[in-house]
Design a protein around this ligand. Sequence first.
Ligand code: TRP
Length: 445
Amino acid sequence: MSTETTKRGGFGGKLAAILAAAGSAIGLGNIWRFPYITSENGGGAFIIIYLGCILLLGLPLLIAEFAVGHNSKCNPIDAFAKIRKGWGWLGAMGLISVFLIMGYYFVISGWTINYTIASATDSIGGDYGGFFTTFTTDIWKPLIFTVAFILLNHFIIIGGVQGGIEKASKIMMPLLFAILVVLAVYSLWLPEGREALGNVFTPDFSKVTGKTFLDAMGQAFFTLSVGMGAMLIYGSYFKEGTKIAGTAISVVTLDTLVAIIAAVIIFSAGVENESGMQLAFVAMPKVFAAMPLGNVWSMLFFLLLGLAALSSTISMHEAVTSYFVEKRGMTRTMGATIVTLGAILLASAASLSLGAWNEYRVAGMNLFALLDNFTAIVMLPLLGILTSVFVGWIWKRSDAKAELTAQGGVDKATYPVIYFLLRYVCPVLVSTVFVFGIIDFIKSL
Ligand code: TRP
């Protein structure tokens, strides 16, 4: 067993496990997605519902996914199949989804390099919307940055679990937290910042609708990276003695803190009415420009976004790479190269779909939007349902219990609660929200 673990590689200790998994969780989802979804949905009211989703659905699912990985110590496909014959397809579904997410996530990640450089050299200019549109719809420029970002991932991944992922996480995550704190302190120091904050965090329950629950759940799953094999593969690298439940709680806490602090920074800049891409890439640079030392703040903000993206994308890349290494018998370098090339192809197409290929559309969406919507609306909830059903119903009851209570570190009194959440609450709630989500989406077409 121990030789098997060494051969596969693994994290050196508990802190490494927390930092790597928190790195996967904390990403673009926390820094640009959470703030704008919050402001669209009534601020404080949304946050309350979101926290409910994190605790009742996200946390148990994260524990479940870590447990499947830790118990089987394999890549996502073999992991499910090892626990229950015939269930490997669930791992495959996760890997396909994570690959589709990579397709658009790498494009946005690439932009952060250009924006960090353009901020540092003060060359965004006065027309922020124009800069964004010209850049993102260009053919070559965004492509080059996207490919550069994918190659950055590639070199971390071929460095191995400990020499690559763990080392990178130990450098990136403290840096990310430091930048976040500096930006937050600065925004709270501005009087208009404090005022803007009060307005946004005050709950406005009149804005709560069915869609609020949909958005809250989708955000909870996305931000915790659950259901896609990324957390599963990290769970499989946990060193013996790393407690699953404790690690999951640390990850959830850090992820939630970062999302809320990011919202503080963004709301205090008074840009909460902007949404999505426009918020991070157009409104923020504009706000920074009006401040003393604006380009330094702007550079720090995009560096933060880039670091968050990088620590998430390496877990996506690793999940898919582990399949080629363990199931196809390739060397790590070979497996990683295939994933890198595949990601370059898909992300390039997604990048071009914003400009040159924008007229090719399915259901009114270009490839970029299609990848985003399909994974968020269909795959994420579906994987959430299936993962909870797997642990709650398919995994032999005594084995699941043994894994969670012994290795997992879940105490005997808490175990029934988590089991109940996974067996009944997750499948029922997520299915309900899933069906309403699809209906809502079809109506919006
Ligand atoms: N959690 C990431 C974020 O908030 C996004 C994400 C979703 C992800 N699914 C994933 C990251 C799978 C890694 C693996 O930005």
